[in-house]
Design a protein around this ligand. Structure first.
Ligand code: F6R
Length: 621
Protein backbone atom coordinates (compact mmCIF):
# COMPACT_ATOMS: atom_id res chain seq x y z
CA UNK A 1 0.00 0.00 0.00
CA UNK A 2 1.46 3.32 -0.97
CA UNK A 3 1.87 6.37 1.27
CA UNK A 4 1.03 10.03 0.66
CA UNK A 5 2.29 13.10 2.57
CA UNK A 6 1.77 16.72 1.57
CA UNK A 7 2.60 19.98 3.36
CA UNK A 8 1.76 23.68 3.07
CA UNK A 9 2.89 26.18 5.67
CA UNK A 10 5.69 28.43 6.76
CA UNK A 11 8.43 25.89 7.42
CA UNK A 12 10.88 24.39 4.91
CA UNK A 13 9.11 21.14 4.14
CA UNK A 14 11.61 18.82 2.47
CA UNK A 15 12.75 17.13 5.68
CA UNK A 16 9.23 17.21 7.15
CA UNK A 17 7.93 15.32 4.14
CA UNK A 18 10.67 12.70 4.23
CA UNK A 19 10.11 12.30 7.99
CA UNK A 20 6.39 11.78 7.21
CA UNK A 21 7.22 9.10 4.67
CA UNK A 22 9.39 7.35 7.25
CA UNK A 23 6.36 7.06 9.49
CA UNK A 24 4.54 5.30 6.65
CA UNK A 25 7.36 2.84 5.95
CA UNK A 26 5.54 0.09 7.85
CA UNK A 27 3.03 -0.03 4.99
CA UNK A 28 5.71 -1.32 2.63
CA UNK A 29 7.05 0.31 -0.54
CA UNK A 30 9.54 -0.25 -3.28
CA UNK A 31 10.34 3.32 -4.39
CA UNK A 32 9.70 6.88 -3.27
CA UNK A 33 9.69 10.45 -4.48
CA UNK A 34 9.21 14.08 -3.52
CA UNK A 35 8.19 17.31 -5.31
CA UNK A 36 8.98 20.73 -3.85
CA UNK A 37 7.55 24.04 -5.05
CA UNK A 38 9.63 27.18 -4.83
CA UNK A 39 9.58 30.45 -6.79
CA UNK A 40 6.93 29.21 -9.23
CA UNK A 41 8.93 26.11 -10.11
CA UNK A 42 8.61 22.46 -9.02
CA UNK A 43 11.58 20.12 -8.61
CA UNK A 44 10.99 16.41 -8.28
CA UNK A 45 13.27 13.59 -7.25
CA UNK A 46 12.52 9.85 -7.37
CA UNK A 47 14.47 6.93 -5.96
CA UNK A 48 14.08 3.18 -6.17
CA UNK A 49 14.51 1.19 -2.97
CA UNK A 50 14.39 2.45 0.58
CA UNK A 51 14.04 5.97 1.89
CA UNK A 52 17.78 6.09 2.50
CA UNK A 53 18.11 6.29 -1.28
CA UNK A 54 15.63 9.16 -1.47
CA UNK A 55 17.40 10.95 1.36
CA UNK A 56 20.70 10.60 -0.49
CA UNK A 57 19.11 11.73 -3.75
CA UNK A 58 17.80 14.95 -2.21
CA UNK A 59 20.98 15.51 -0.24
CA UNK A 60 19.54 15.08 3.26
CA UNK A 61 22.30 14.35 5.73
CA UNK A 62 25.00 15.47 3.37
CA UNK A 63 23.83 18.94 2.50
CA UNK A 64 25.45 20.28 -0.62
CA UNK A 65 28.22 17.70 -0.43
CA UNK A 66 26.69 15.65 -3.17
CA UNK A 67 26.36 12.17 -1.63
CA UNK A 68 25.88 11.09 -5.21
CA UNK A 69 22.54 12.90 -5.09
CA UNK A 70 21.00 15.82 -6.91
CA UNK A 71 20.02 18.68 -4.68
CA UNK A 72 16.40 19.60 -5.43
CA UNK A 73 15.03 23.04 -4.72
CA UNK A 74 17.13 23.61 -1.66
CA UNK A 75 15.21 24.67 1.43
CA UNK A 76 13.15 26.71 2.04
CA UNK A 77 10.42 25.32 -0.26
CA UNK A 78 7.31 25.41 1.90
CA UNK A 79 4.87 23.55 -0.35
CA UNK A 80 5.49 19.92 -1.25
CA UNK A 81 4.23 16.42 -1.89
CA UNK A 82 5.90 13.09 -1.23
CA UNK A 83 5.04 9.45 -1.79
CA UNK A 84 6.12 5.89 -1.14
CA UNK A 85 5.05 3.53 -3.92
CA UNK A 86 4.17 -0.16 -3.81
CA UNK A 87 4.17 -1.10 -7.48
CA UNK A 88 0.87 -2.23 -8.99
CA UNK A 89 0.98 -0.80 -12.52
CA UNK A 90 4.36 -0.74 -14.08
CA UNK A 91 7.74 -1.93 -12.88
CA UNK A 92 9.73 -0.66 -9.95
CA UNK A 93 11.67 2.15 -11.65
CA UNK A 94 12.44 5.80 -10.96
CA UNK A 95 10.13 6.81 -13.83
CA UNK A 96 7.22 4.93 -12.27
CA UNK A 97 7.80 6.35 -8.78
CA UNK A 98 5.51 9.26 -7.79
CA UNK A 99 5.04 12.24 -7.89
CA UNK A 100 3.94 12.26 -11.53
CA UNK A 101 3.73 15.37 -13.63
CA UNK A 102 1.67 16.65 -16.54
CA UNK A 103 3.29 17.56 -19.89
CA UNK A 104 4.79 20.79 -18.56
CA UNK A 105 5.77 19.51 -15.12
CA UNK A 106 3.79 22.37 -13.53
CA UNK A 107 1.26 19.96 -12.08
CA UNK A 108 2.42 17.16 -9.80
CA UNK A 109 0.32 14.45 -8.22
CA UNK A 110 0.73 11.50 -5.86
CA UNK A 111 -1.85 8.70 -5.84
CA UNK A 112 -2.67 5.63 -3.79
CA UNK A 113 -4.87 2.88 -5.18
CA UNK A 114 -5.96 2.15 -8.71
CA UNK A 115 -7.54 4.14 -11.51
CA UNK A 116 -9.66 1.47 -13.17
CA UNK A 117 -10.37 3.29 -16.43
CA UNK A 118 -6.73 4.23 -17.01
CA UNK A 119 -6.51 2.46 -20.36
CA UNK A 120 -9.37 4.46 -21.93
CA UNK A 121 -8.21 7.72 -20.38
CA UNK A 122 -4.63 7.22 -21.52
CA UNK A 123 -5.84 6.63 -25.08
CA UNK A 124 -8.00 9.78 -25.00
CA UNK A 125 -5.19 11.89 -23.59
CA UNK A 126 -2.69 10.51 -26.08
CA UNK A 127 -5.07 11.52 -28.86
CA UNK A 128 -4.96 15.05 -27.39
CA UNK A 129 -1.14 14.96 -27.62
CA UNK A 130 -0.36 14.42 -23.97
CA UNK A 131 3.07 12.83 -23.49
CA UNK A 132 3.44 10.17 -20.82
CA UNK A 133 6.67 9.44 -19.07
CA UNK A 134 5.70 6.44 -16.92
CA UNK A 135 3.80 3.16 -17.18
CA UNK A 136 1.54 4.03 -14.26
CA UNK A 137 -2.19 4.55 -14.04
CA UNK A 138 -1.44 7.43 -11.64
CA UNK A 139 0.17 9.66 -14.26
CA UNK A 140 -3.20 9.89 -16.02
CA UNK A 141 -4.43 12.03 -13.13
CA UNK A 142 -1.76 14.71 -13.67
CA UNK A 143 -2.68 14.92 -17.36
CA UNK A 144 -6.40 15.01 -16.65
CA UNK A 145 -5.88 17.92 -14.26
CA UNK A 146 -3.83 19.61 -16.99
CA UNK A 147 -6.73 19.09 -19.40
CA UNK A 148 -9.05 20.97 -17.03
CA UNK A 149 -6.70 23.54 -15.50
CA UNK A 150 -7.70 27.12 -16.04
CA UNK A 151 -6.06 28.93 -13.15
CA UNK A 152 -7.97 27.10 -10.38
CA UNK A 153 -6.49 23.84 -9.09
CA UNK A 154 -9.52 22.93 -6.97
CA UNK A 155 -11.83 23.25 -9.97
CA UNK A 156 -9.49 21.24 -12.18
CA UNK A 157 -9.23 18.46 -9.58
CA UNK A 158 -13.03 18.37 -9.28
CA UNK A 159 -13.41 17.98 -13.05
CA UNK A 160 -10.69 15.34 -13.16
CA UNK A 161 -12.31 13.47 -10.26
CA UNK A 162 -15.57 13.24 -12.20
CA UNK A 163 -13.78 11.36 -14.98
CA UNK A 164 -12.01 8.78 -12.85
CA UNK A 165 -13.29 5.35 -11.94
CA UNK A 166 -11.66 3.22 -9.32
CA UNK A 167 -10.41 3.00 -5.85
CA UNK A 168 -7.91 5.73 -4.98
CA UNK A 169 -6.89 8.86 -3.13
CA UNK A 170 -4.65 11.51 -4.64
CA UNK A 171 -3.16 14.91 -3.90
CA UNK A 172 -2.09 17.54 -6.43
CA UNK A 173 -0.13 20.78 -6.60
CA UNK A 174 0.43 23.43 -9.28
CA UNK A 175 3.54 25.56 -9.75
CA UNK A 176 1.39 28.73 -9.95
CA UNK A 177 -0.43 28.01 -6.68
CA UNK A 178 2.17 27.95 -3.93
CA UNK A 179 0.63 27.30 -0.51
CA UNK A 180 -2.19 25.14 -1.92
CA UNK A 181 -2.65 21.40 -2.26
CA UNK A 182 -5.85 19.75 -3.45
CA UNK A 183 -6.68 16.14 -2.63
CA UNK A 184 -9.57 13.79 -3.37
CA UNK A 185 -10.73 10.49 -1.99
CA UNK A 186 -12.56 7.53 -3.51
CA UNK A 187 -12.33 4.48 -1.22
CA UNK A 188 -8.65 4.88 -0.18
CA UNK A 189 -7.88 6.67 3.09
CA UNK A 190 -7.11 10.40 3.20
CA UNK A 191 -6.60 12.58 6.28
CA UNK A 192 -5.71 16.19 6.90
CA UNK A 193 -3.52 17.36 9.81
CA UNK A 194 -4.21 20.88 11.07
CA UNK A 195 -1.20 22.65 12.61
CA UNK A 196 -0.44 26.25 13.58
CA UNK A 197 -0.37 28.12 10.23
CA UNK A 198 0.48 24.89 8.48
CA UNK A 199 -1.54 21.97 7.12
CA UNK A 200 -0.73 18.41 6.13
CA UNK A 201 -2.52 15.92 3.93
CA UNK A 202 -1.67 12.23 4.16
CA UNK A 203 -2.87 8.70 3.60
CA UNK A 204 -2.52 7.92 7.31
CA UNK A 205 -2.24 9.88 10.55
CA UNK A 206 1.28 8.68 11.56
CA UNK A 207 2.66 10.78 8.68
CA UNK A 208 2.00 14.02 10.60
CA UNK A 209 1.45 12.89 14.18
CA UNK A 210 4.83 14.24 15.31
CA UNK A 211 3.71 17.73 14.13
CA UNK A 212 0.02 17.91 14.99
CA UNK A 213 -2.63 15.82 16.68
CA UNK A 214 -5.60 17.66 15.14
CA UNK A 215 -6.90 15.51 12.29
CA UNK A 216 -9.75 15.76 9.83
CA UNK A 217 -10.92 12.65 7.98
CA UNK A 218 -11.90 13.02 4.33
CA UNK A 219 -14.75 10.75 3.22
CA UNK A 220 -15.46 9.03 -0.08
CA UNK A 221 -16.39 11.35 -2.90
CA UNK A 222 -14.92 14.42 -1.20
CA UNK A 223 -12.33 16.94 -2.31
CA UNK A 224 -10.22 18.96 0.11
CA UNK A 225 -8.18 22.08 -0.55
CA UNK A 226 -5.52 22.80 2.04
CA UNK A 227 -3.65 26.03 2.67
CA UNK A 228 -1.59 27.12 5.69
CA UNK A 229 -4.83 28.50 7.14
CA UNK A 230 -6.64 25.15 7.15
CA UNK A 231 -8.80 22.92 4.98
CA UNK A 232 -11.92 23.41 2.85
CA UNK A 233 -13.88 20.25 2.15
CA UNK A 234 -16.49 19.92 -0.59
CA UNK A 235 -18.39 17.08 -2.17
CA UNK A 236 -17.67 16.06 -5.74
CA UNK A 237 -20.07 18.76 -7.04
CA UNK A 238 -18.36 21.52 -5.09
CA UNK A 239 -20.97 21.83 -2.32
CA UNK A 240 -19.33 22.73 1.00
CA UNK A 241 -19.08 19.96 3.59
CA UNK A 242 -18.90 20.79 7.27
CA UNK A 243 -16.26 18.67 8.99
CA UNK A 244 -14.92 18.96 12.53
CA UNK A 245 -11.45 17.87 13.48
CA UNK A 246 -10.70 15.20 16.06
CA UNK A 247 -7.90 15.17 18.59
CA UNK A 248 -5.68 12.11 18.17
CA UNK A 249 -4.67 10.58 21.47
CA UNK A 250 -2.76 7.46 20.33
CA UNK A 251 0.91 7.07 21.00
CA UNK A 252 3.39 6.68 18.15
CA UNK A 253 3.40 2.86 18.27
CA UNK A 254 -0.39 2.64 18.19
CA UNK A 255 -0.36 5.18 15.38
CA UNK A 256 1.60 2.79 13.18
CA UNK A 257 -1.16 0.33 13.77
CA UNK A 258 -3.71 2.98 12.84
CA UNK A 259 -5.16 2.88 16.35
CA UNK A 260 -5.46 -0.93 16.39
CA UNK A 261 -3.98 -3.01 19.18
CA UNK A 262 -2.31 -5.42 16.77
CA UNK A 263 -1.21 -5.52 13.16
CA UNK A 264 -3.20 -8.71 12.65
CA UNK A 265 -6.48 -7.04 13.59
CA UNK A 266 -5.65 -4.06 11.42
CA UNK A 267 -4.85 -6.33 8.50
CA UNK A 268 -8.09 -8.26 8.95
CA UNK A 269 -9.92 -4.94 8.59
CA UNK A 270 -7.87 -3.97 5.54
CA UNK A 271 -9.32 -6.87 3.57
CA UNK A 272 -12.12 -4.98 1.82
CA UNK A 273 -9.57 -2.50 0.40
CA UNK A 274 -6.99 -5.14 -0.40
CA UNK A 275 -9.51 -7.30 -2.28
CA UNK A 276 -10.84 -4.24 -4.11
CA UNK A 277 -7.32 -3.33 -5.25
CA UNK A 278 -6.64 -6.88 -6.35
CA UNK A 279 -9.69 -7.10 -8.60
CA UNK A 280 -10.01 -3.40 -9.57
CA UNK A 281 -8.96 -2.83 -13.18
CA UNK A 282 -8.86 -6.53 -13.96
CA UNK A 283 -12.62 -6.37 -14.32
CA UNK A 284 -12.76 -3.39 -16.69
CA UNK A 285 -16.29 -3.97 -17.92
CA UNK A 286 -19.43 -5.93 -17.13
CA UNK A 287 -18.57 -8.80 -19.40
CA UNK A 288 -14.78 -9.15 -19.58
CA UNK A 289 -11.87 -10.15 -17.37
CA UNK A 290 -8.58 -8.53 -18.36
CA UNK A 291 -5.45 -10.43 -17.37
CA UNK A 292 -3.49 -9.39 -20.43
CA UNK A 293 -0.68 -8.57 -17.97
CA UNK A 294 0.03 -12.33 -17.88
CA UNK A 295 1.27 -12.37 -21.45
CA UNK A 296 0.48 -16.08 -21.77
CA UNK A 297 0.22 -17.18 -25.40
CA UNK A 298 -3.49 -17.60 -26.33
CA UNK A 299 -2.72 -20.94 -28.01
CA UNK A 300 -1.13 -22.25 -24.85
CA UNK A 301 -4.10 -21.20 -22.71
CA UNK A 302 -6.55 -22.71 -25.17
CA UNK A 303 -4.65 -25.98 -25.45
CA UNK A 304 -3.18 -26.60 -22.00
CA UNK A 305 -3.96 -30.05 -20.68
CA UNK A 306 -3.79 -29.53 -16.97
CA UNK A 307 -3.08 -27.02 -14.21
CA UNK A 308 -0.92 -27.91 -11.21
CA UNK A 309 -0.91 -25.62 -8.18
CA UNK A 310 2.01 -25.73 -5.75
CA UNK A 311 2.17 -23.76 -2.51
CA UNK A 312 2.68 -23.94 1.25
CA UNK A 313 0.50 -23.16 4.27
CA UNK A 314 -2.15 -20.52 3.78
CA UNK A 315 -1.18 -20.10 0.13
CA UNK A 316 -1.91 -23.79 -0.37
CA UNK A 317 -5.41 -23.23 1.01
CA UNK A 318 -5.95 -20.34 -1.40
CA UNK A 319 -4.91 -22.73 -4.18
CA UNK A 320 -7.49 -25.26 -3.01
CA UNK A 321 -10.23 -22.64 -3.37
CA UNK A 322 -8.83 -21.79 -6.79
CA UNK A 323 -9.06 -25.41 -7.85
CA UNK A 324 -12.84 -25.44 -7.34
CA UNK A 325 -13.22 -22.19 -9.25
CA UNK A 326 -11.02 -23.17 -12.19
CA UNK A 327 -12.52 -26.63 -12.60
CA UNK A 328 -16.05 -25.28 -12.23
CA UNK A 329 -15.71 -22.45 -14.74
CA UNK A 330 -12.83 -23.38 -17.07
CA UNK A 331 -13.22 -27.17 -17.04
CA UNK A 332 -9.45 -27.75 -16.92
CA UNK A 333 -8.31 -30.48 -14.51
CA UNK A 334 -6.44 -28.98 -11.57
CA UNK A 335 -4.04 -30.84 -9.30
CA UNK A 336 -2.95 -29.36 -5.99
CA UNK A 337 0.26 -30.18 -4.29
CA UNK A 338 2.09 -29.06 -1.20
CA UNK A 339 5.30 -27.60 -2.61
CA UNK A 340 7.57 -29.44 -0.15
CA UNK A 341 6.06 -32.75 -1.33
CA UNK A 342 5.88 -31.96 -5.01
CA UNK A 343 9.53 -31.05 -5.37
CA UNK A 344 10.72 -34.37 -3.97
CA UNK A 345 8.39 -36.78 -5.72
CA UNK A 346 9.67 -36.76 -9.29
CA UNK A 347 6.40 -35.35 -10.66
CA UNK A 348 5.08 -36.04 -14.14
CA UNK A 349 4.83 -32.60 -15.68
CA UNK A 350 5.53 -31.21 -19.12
CA UNK A 351 4.93 -28.62 -21.78
CA UNK A 352 1.11 -28.93 -21.81
CA UNK A 353 0.90 -28.00 -18.16
CA UNK A 354 0.46 -24.66 -16.46
CA UNK A 355 2.06 -24.77 -13.02
CA UNK A 356 0.92 -22.05 -10.63
CA UNK A 357 3.18 -21.27 -7.66
CA UNK A 358 1.28 -19.34 -4.99
CA UNK A 359 3.47 -17.49 -2.50
CA UNK A 360 2.62 -14.17 -0.92
CA UNK A 361 6.26 -13.45 -0.05
CA UNK A 362 7.58 -14.78 -3.34
CA UNK A 363 10.51 -16.20 -1.37
CA UNK A 364 9.30 -19.49 0.15
CA UNK A 365 12.08 -21.99 -0.59
CA UNK A 366 9.89 -25.05 -1.21
CA UNK A 367 7.49 -23.22 -3.51
CA UNK A 368 10.36 -21.73 -5.50
CA UNK A 369 12.01 -25.16 -5.83
CA UNK A 370 8.74 -26.73 -7.01
CA UNK A 371 8.27 -23.96 -9.59
CA UNK A 372 11.85 -24.35 -10.86
CA UNK A 373 11.51 -28.11 -11.16
CA UNK A 374 8.32 -27.78 -13.19
CA UNK A 375 9.94 -25.17 -15.43
CA UNK A 376 12.99 -27.37 -16.05
CA UNK A 377 10.61 -30.09 -17.18
CA UNK A 378 9.01 -27.81 -19.75
CA UNK A 379 5.90 -26.53 -17.94
CA UNK A 380 4.80 -22.91 -18.22
CA UNK A 381 5.05 -21.44 -14.72
CA UNK A 382 2.90 -18.67 -13.33
CA UNK A 383 3.71 -17.02 -10.00
CA UNK A 384 0.89 -15.60 -7.87
CA UNK A 385 2.60 -13.31 -5.38
CA UNK A 386 2.23 -10.10 -3.40
CA UNK A 387 5.80 -8.90 -3.72
CA UNK A 388 7.08 -7.10 -6.79
CA UNK A 389 10.68 -8.08 -7.55
CA UNK A 390 10.58 -11.22 -5.36
CA UNK A 391 12.39 -14.38 -6.45
CA UNK A 392 9.13 -16.00 -7.59
CA UNK A 393 8.67 -13.25 -10.16
CA UNK A 394 12.08 -14.09 -11.60
CA UNK A 395 11.48 -17.85 -11.64
CA UNK A 396 8.21 -17.65 -13.55
CA UNK A 397 7.07 -17.19 -17.16
CA UNK A 398 4.16 -15.03 -16.03
CA UNK A 399 3.24 -13.21 -12.83
CA UNK A 400 -0.09 -12.26 -11.31
CA UNK A 401 0.22 -9.86 -8.38
CA UNK A 402 -2.12 -9.69 -5.45
CA UNK A 403 -2.28 -6.15 -4.18
CA UNK A 404 -2.63 -6.70 -0.47
CA UNK A 405 0.05 -4.21 0.58
CA UNK A 406 2.55 -5.09 3.26
CA UNK A 407 1.38 -7.69 5.77
CA UNK A 408 3.28 -7.36 9.04
CA UNK A 409 1.39 -9.88 11.19
CA UNK A 410 2.97 -13.31 10.72
CA UNK A 411 -0.43 -14.97 10.28
CA UNK A 412 -1.58 -14.43 6.71
CA UNK A 413 -5.02 -12.82 6.55
CA UNK A 414 -5.39 -10.15 3.87
CA UNK A 415 -2.87 -11.93 1.65
CA UNK A 416 -5.10 -15.03 1.79
CA UNK A 417 -8.26 -13.24 0.70
CA UNK A 418 -6.34 -11.46 -2.05
CA UNK A 419 -4.91 -14.77 -3.27
CA UNK A 420 -8.42 -16.22 -3.32
CA UNK A 421 -9.71 -13.18 -5.23
CA UNK A 422 -6.83 -13.52 -7.71
CA UNK A 423 -7.61 -17.22 -8.20
CA UNK A 424 -11.20 -16.28 -9.03
CA UNK A 425 -9.95 -13.78 -11.60
CA UNK A 426 -7.70 -16.43 -13.07
CA UNK A 427 -10.48 -19.02 -13.17
CA UNK A 428 -12.83 -16.62 -14.94
CA UNK A 429 -10.13 -15.45 -17.33
CA UNK A 430 -9.14 -19.00 -18.34
CA UNK A 431 -12.82 -19.83 -18.83
CA UNK A 432 -13.27 -16.72 -20.97
CA UNK A 433 -10.16 -17.51 -23.06
CA UNK A 434 -11.17 -21.14 -23.57
CA UNK A 435 -14.83 -20.31 -24.20
CA UNK A 436 -16.08 -22.63 -21.47
CA UNK A 437 -18.40 -20.16 -19.79
CA UNK A 438 -21.60 -18.67 -21.17
CA UNK A 439 -21.51 -14.88 -21.61
CA UNK A 440 -24.40 -14.27 -19.21
CA UNK A 441 -22.88 -16.49 -16.52
CA UNK A 442 -19.55 -14.67 -16.91
CA UNK A 443 -21.29 -11.30 -16.55
CA UNK A 444 -23.15 -12.56 -13.47
CA UNK A 445 -19.93 -13.74 -11.81
CA UNK A 446 -18.09 -10.52 -12.68
CA UNK A 447 -20.86 -8.52 -11.02
CA UNK A 448 -20.69 -10.78 -7.95
CA UNK A 449 -16.92 -10.53 -7.75
CA UNK A 450 -17.02 -6.75 -8.02
CA UNK A 451 -19.43 -6.67 -5.11
CA UNK A 452 -17.16 -8.79 -2.90
CA UNK A 453 -15.16 -5.93 -1.29
CA UNK A 454 -18.46 -4.54 0.04
CA UNK A 455 -19.56 -7.97 1.16
CA UNK A 456 -16.26 -8.48 2.97
CA UNK A 457 -16.81 -5.14 4.70
CA UNK A 458 -20.41 -6.00 5.62
CA UNK A 459 -19.32 -9.34 7.02
CA UNK A 460 -16.57 -7.86 9.16
CA UNK A 461 -18.97 -5.29 10.58
CA UNK A 462 -21.75 -7.80 11.14
CA UNK A 463 -19.93 -10.75 12.69
CA UNK A 464 -17.20 -9.22 14.85
CA UNK A 465 -19.14 -9.02 18.12
CA UNK A 466 -20.79 -12.39 17.68
CA UNK A 467 -17.43 -14.08 17.05
CA UNK A 468 -15.97 -12.41 20.12
CA UNK A 469 -18.79 -13.91 22.19
CA UNK A 470 -18.04 -17.38 20.78
CA UNK A 471 -14.34 -16.88 21.55
CA UNK A 472 -15.17 -15.90 25.13
CA UNK A 473 -17.12 -19.11 25.58
CA UNK A 474 -14.56 -21.39 23.94
CA UNK A 475 -11.11 -19.88 24.47
CA UNK A 476 -10.18 -22.34 27.16
CA UNK A 477 -11.05 -25.31 24.94
CA UNK A 478 -8.44 -28.03 24.43
CA UNK A 479 -9.31 -28.86 20.85
CA UNK A 480 -11.26 -27.37 17.93
CA UNK A 481 -12.54 -29.44 15.05
CA UNK A 482 -13.43 -27.80 11.71
CA UNK A 483 -15.66 -29.57 9.20
CA UNK A 484 -16.57 -28.58 5.66
CA UNK A 485 -17.31 -29.92 2.23
CA UNK A 486 -16.56 -28.61 -1.21
CA UNK A 487 -15.39 -24.95 -1.10
CA UNK A 488 -16.05 -25.06 2.67
CA UNK A 489 -13.18 -27.50 3.16
CA UNK A 490 -10.27 -25.14 2.28
CA UNK A 491 -11.96 -22.50 4.45
CA UNK A 492 -11.89 -24.99 7.34
CA UNK A 493 -8.27 -25.92 6.69
CA UNK A 494 -7.34 -22.25 6.77
CA UNK A 495 -9.46 -21.56 9.89
CA UNK A 496 -7.80 -24.47 11.73
CA UNK A 497 -4.33 -23.32 10.66
CA UNK A 498 -5.04 -19.84 12.04
CA UNK A 499 -6.26 -21.34 15.32
CA UNK A 500 -3.13 -23.50 15.68
CA UNK A 501 -0.57 -20.88 14.77
CA UNK A 502 -1.77 -17.99 16.87
CA UNK A 503 -3.71 -19.57 19.76
CA UNK A 504 -1.63 -22.77 20.06
CA UNK A 505 -4.83 -24.79 20.52
CA UNK A 506 -4.70 -28.15 18.70
CA UNK A 507 -7.19 -27.99 15.85
CA UNK A 508 -7.96 -30.17 12.91
CA UNK A 509 -9.92 -29.67 9.73
CA UNK A 510 -11.60 -32.50 7.91
CA UNK A 511 -13.71 -33.10 4.88
CA UNK A 512 -17.02 -33.65 6.68
CA UNK A 513 -17.64 -36.88 4.75
CA UNK A 514 -14.46 -38.32 6.27
CA UNK A 515 -15.63 -37.80 9.83
CA UNK A 516 -17.19 -41.20 10.18
CA UNK A 517 -13.93 -42.83 9.07
CA UNK A 518 -12.11 -41.98 12.28
CA UNK A 519 -12.25 -38.39 13.54
CA UNK A 520 -15.73 -38.85 15.00
CA UNK A 521 -13.97 -40.62 17.87
CA UNK A 522 -12.57 -37.24 18.94
CA UNK A 523 -15.97 -35.74 19.68
CA UNK A 524 -17.37 -35.29 23.11
CA UNK A 525 -19.48 -32.66 24.85
CA UNK A 526 -16.52 -30.35 25.28
CA UNK A 527 -15.52 -30.17 21.62
CA UNK A 528 -16.40 -27.03 19.68
CA UNK A 529 -16.99 -28.09 16.07
CA UNK A 530 -16.84 -25.25 13.58
CA UNK A 531 -18.82 -26.19 10.47
CA UNK A 532 -18.54 -24.15 7.29
CA UNK A 533 -22.02 -24.78 5.92
CA UNK A 534 -22.57 -22.01 3.41
CA UNK A 535 -24.80 -22.71 0.41
CA UNK A 536 -23.22 -25.12 -2.03
CA UNK A 537 -24.26 -28.20 -3.99
CA UNK A 538 -23.26 -30.31 -0.96
CA UNK A 539 -25.14 -28.37 1.73
CA UNK A 540 -27.59 -31.23 2.39
CA UNK A 541 -24.74 -33.62 2.99
CA UNK A 542 -23.08 -31.10 5.27
CA UNK A 543 -26.28 -30.69 7.30
CA UNK A 544 -26.44 -34.44 7.95
CA UNK A 545 -22.83 -34.40 9.13
CA UNK A 546 -23.74 -31.61 11.53
CA UNK A 547 -26.58 -33.71 12.92
CA UNK A 548 -24.12 -36.55 13.51
CA UNK A 549 -21.88 -34.16 15.44
CA UNK A 550 -24.74 -32.93 17.59
CA UNK A 551 -25.80 -36.50 18.29
CA UNK A 552 -22.40 -36.90 20.05
CA UNK A 553 -23.16 -33.93 22.26
CA UNK A 554 -20.57 -31.63 20.69
CA UNK A 555 -21.40 -27.97 20.04
CA UNK A 556 -21.91 -27.00 16.41
CA UNK A 557 -20.86 -23.46 15.56
CA UNK A 558 -21.77 -22.94 11.94
CA UNK A 559 -20.87 -20.38 9.31
CA UNK A 560 -23.95 -20.14 7.13
CA UNK A 561 -25.26 -18.18 4.17
CA UNK A 562 -27.60 -15.44 5.41
CA UNK A 563 -31.20 -16.57 5.52
CA UNK A 564 -30.38 -20.28 5.38
CA UNK A 565 -32.73 -21.40 8.15
CA UNK A 566 -31.85 -25.04 7.61
CA UNK A 567 -28.26 -24.49 8.67
CA UNK A 568 -29.36 -22.56 11.73
CA UNK A 569 -31.68 -25.44 12.71
CA UNK A 570 -28.77 -27.88 12.59
CA UNK A 571 -26.48 -25.65 14.69
CA UNK A 572 -26.10 -24.55 18.29
CA UNK A 573 -24.87 -21.19 17.10
CA UNK A 574 -24.91 -19.71 13.62
CA UNK A 575 -22.73 -16.95 12.21
CA UNK A 576 -24.24 -15.62 9.01
CA UNK A 577 -22.28 -14.32 6.03
CA UNK A 578 -23.84 -12.53 3.04
CA UNK A 579 -25.31 -14.54 0.20
CA UNK A 580 -23.07 -14.72 -2.87
CA UNK A 581 -22.53 -17.14 -5.68
CA UNK A 582 -21.54 -20.34 -3.87
CA UNK A 583 -18.08 -20.55 -5.43
CA UNK A 584 -17.26 -17.08 -4.05
CA UNK A 585 -18.38 -17.86 -0.49
CA UNK A 586 -14.86 -18.55 0.85
CA UNK A 587 -14.07 -14.83 0.58
CA UNK A 588 -16.63 -14.10 3.27
CA UNK A 589 -16.74 -17.44 5.10
CA UNK A 590 -13.08 -17.20 6.15
CA UNK A 591 -13.60 -13.90 7.98
CA UNK A 592 -15.36 -15.28 11.09
CA UNK A 593 -12.71 -17.99 11.32
CA UNK A 594 -9.85 -15.46 11.18
CA UNK A 595 -11.61 -13.42 13.86
CA UNK A 596 -12.28 -16.48 16.02
CA UNK A 597 -8.60 -17.47 16.06
CA UNK A 598 -7.67 -13.84 16.72
CA UNK A 599 -9.99 -13.37 19.71
CA UNK A 600 -9.17 -16.75 21.22
CA UNK A 601 -5.44 -15.93 21.05
CA UNK A 602 -5.93 -12.45 22.51
CA UNK A 603 -8.08 -13.83 25.34
CA UNK A 604 -5.21 -16.19 26.12
CA UNK A 605 -2.88 -13.19 26.24
CA UNK A 606 -0.79 -14.29 23.24
CA UNK A 607 1.22 -12.21 20.79
CA UNK A 608 -0.81 -12.64 17.60
CA UNK A 609 1.56 -10.60 15.44
CA UNK A 610 4.57 -12.78 16.21
CA UNK A 611 3.53 -16.29 17.20
CA UNK A 612 6.19 -18.61 18.62
CA UNK A 613 8.46 -20.55 16.25
CA UNK A 614 7.14 -18.79 13.14
CA UNK A 615 8.63 -16.29 10.71
CA UNK A 616 6.85 -14.28 8.05
CA UNK A 617 9.03 -15.62 5.25
CA UNK A 618 10.30 -19.19 5.14
CA UNK A 619 13.44 -19.22 3.04
CA UNK A 620 15.03 -22.34 4.49
CA UNK A 621 14.29 -25.79 3.09
C1 F6R B 1 0.07 -18.87 7.82
C2 F6R B 1 1.13 -18.43 6.94
C3 F6R B 1 1.97 -19.46 6.28
C4 F6R B 1 2.33 -19.04 4.85
C5 F6R B 1 3.36 -20.02 4.27
C6 F6R B 1 3.66 -19.72 2.82
O1 F6R B 1 -0.65 -17.80 8.35
O2 F6R B 1 1.34 -17.26 6.76
O3 F6R B 1 1.36 -20.70 6.31
O4 F6R B 1 1.17 -19.04 4.09
O5 F6R B 1 4.53 -19.96 5.02
O6 F6R B 1 4.17 -18.44 2.67
P1 F6R B 1 4.19 -17.72 1.26
O7 F6R B 1 2.80 -17.49 0.84
O8 F6R B 1 4.95 -16.46 1.50
O9 F6R B 1 4.89 -18.66 0.33
Amino acid sequence: MCGIVGYVGGRPCRDLLVAGLEKLEYRGYDSAGISLLQDGHIDSVHAVGNLGNLRAAVGIGDEGAGAGGVAVAAPPATTGLAHTRWATHGRVTEENAHPHGDCSGDIQIVLNGIVENHTELRAELRAEDHDFSSETDAEIVAHLIERHYDGDLTLAVRRCFAELRGHYAFAAMHADEAGTLVAARQECPLVVGLGESETFVASAIPAFLAETRRALTIENGEIVTITPRGATVTDADGNPVERHHEQITWDAEAAEKGGYETFMRKEIDEQPDAVAETIADRLPSRDRVDLSELELAPDFVAGMRRIVIVACGTSYHAGLVGRYAIEQWARVPVEMDIASEYRYRDPVVGSDDLVIGITQSGETADTLAAMRLARERGATVLALTNIVGSQATRDADAVLFTRAGLEIGVAATKTFTCQVAAMYLLGLWIAQQRGTIAADRLAELIAELKAMPNRVQETLSAVSEQVETVARAEHEGRFFLYLGRNIGLPVCLEGALKMKEISYIPSDAYAAGEMKHGPIALLDESTPVVCVATDSPTLDKMLSNMEEVRARGADVISVATAGSGRTADASDLTIEVPRTDWVLQPLVAILPLQLLAYHVARMKGLNVDQPRNLAKTVTVE
